[in-house]
Design a protein around this ligand. Structure first.
Ligand SMILES: [Zn+2]
Length: 276
């Protein structure tokens, strides 16, 4: 019997996406790109099923996390939709999965890729002192469960950045970024094949790829946009404020480090939109 595949799907790296208007609910073009996001995910599902997988879990990992159209999703997959998920973009991953794949991912904050960032509300995110991406942090969470990440889709920078840290990784480049807000895009009928092929190869190598591990203790350091956000994040014990805008958390294992990081980031972000 085939194994289980976990898919975390973001939106900035989806086929054709170049603008913030493409990925924000209610904005021009958002509805179009929900279809294309669902198609990119379906292409990966088709690839892994063809390679012998028997079960796929998809986690909608962008914004309000209700982007993927369930009625258009491949029926062999189940979908985690919605927010308030402790593992956020990696909710639902556990040791029962043979591998994890990232669809529609983007490059890190400061990167040259389309809509580059690293977890909204933070800038300059460092993992063990080195600039990191959502892909690397999420690969670390999967790695803590013993699950290797074997495939990613996005623009050329999203793919090359993650290859650099993970090493053995299948990449599906669906567009070539010119700037953070422009790209040379490949037609959906072709990216469908590119993603499917990469996912097929990614599933075939699941058993030979090592789960990603970060050196313990794991330290995550990041900068908020405003000092009041960092000050509020530092209300939490175990959160060190390094300077007016920068905080740091540290833990012996990846899941605890993630939980501290995420709690601090959410608490800091709660300042946004308040006026007093
Ligand atoms: Zn996103």
């Amino acid at each position: 019997m085939g194994g289980k595949v976990y898919i975390s799907a973001d939106m900035e790296g989806v086929t054709g996406v170049v603008s913030i208007d493409d990925v924000l609910a209610g904005h021009l073009n958002y509805e179009r790109f929900r279809h294309l996001m669902t198609q990119d995910v379906n292409s990966a599902i088709e690839g892994v099923l063809e390679a012998g997988a028997s079960e796929v879990l998809v986690n909608d990992s962008h914004g309000g996390m209700t982007n993927i159209l369930l009625e258009e999703l491949h029926p062999s997959a189940t979908l985690i939709s919605g927010v308030n998920k402790p593992l956020y973009m990696m909710e639902g991953v556990d040791k029962s999965f043979e591998c994890a794949m990232f669809i529609g991912y983007h490059s890190m904050v400061g990167g040259r890729g389309v809509l580059s960032h690293t977890f909204s509300g933070a800038s300059c995110v460092l993992l063990n002192g080195r600039p990191t991406s959502e892909g690397e942090v999420n690969a670390m969470i999967a790695g803590a469960m013993g699950v290797p990440v074997t495939m990613v889709s996005g623009d050329q920078h999203a793919v090359s950045e993650l290859k650099e840290v993970l090493g053995d990784l299948e990449g599906a480049v669906v567009k070539y970024a010119i700037d953070r807000s422009s790209a040379r895009c490949i037609h959906p009928s072709l990216t469908k094949q590119i993603i499917k092929e990469a996912a097929r190869r990614g599933y075939m190598k699941a058993r030979s790829v090592k789960p990603y591990t970060a050196r313990s203790p794991i330290t995550l350091e990041f900068e908020f946009l405003q000092p009041s956000m960092a000050a509020r994040a530092a209300y939490l014990p175990f959160v060190d404020q390094l300077d007016p805008r920068t905080v740091r958390v540290s833990a012996p294992d990846p899941i605890s480090a993630w939980r501290l990081f995420w709690s601090a980031l959410l608490l800091g972000r709660s300042v946004e939109g308040e006026s007093y």
